[in-house]
Design a protein around this ligand. Structure first.
Ligand SMILES: [Zn+2]
Length: 98
């Protein structure tokens, strides 16, 4: 299989994992964290960077699944989106794109 094909499959799996993480979060947040871990593992294995849409869904410090209003807060400052992780009490800064 070509590298591109492998990455495409990996991306599909990452998509599904984040979808599942979102679904489980309200009842089983620990499961959501496991899905994040799995998604990162897959991405690393095939040398793929996780799309920014998903990157903002977890904390880059403790890798907890983040849900605004539950365990995360979102602020916009200096053209950057800042996520505050209430699990590890750290900030995640993401450049703001239009
Ligand atoms: Zn965190």
């Amino acid at each position: 299989m070509k590298k591109q094909e492998i990455q495409k499959i990996a991306l599909e799996r990452i998509k599904i994992l984040f979808k599942e993480a979102d679904k489980s979060f309200s009842k089983h947040p620990e499961r959501s964290n496991r899905y994040v871990k799995l998604a990162r593992k897959i991405a690393m294995k095939v040398n793929l960077s996780i799309p920014s849409t998903y990157k903002r869904k977890f904390c880059k410090h403790c890798y907890s699944y983040l849900k605004i209003g539950s365990n995360a807060r979102k602020r916009i400052r200096d053209k950057k989106i800042i996520y505050y992780c209430m699990e590890c009490k750290k900030f995640n800064r993401i450049p703001y794109k239009r």
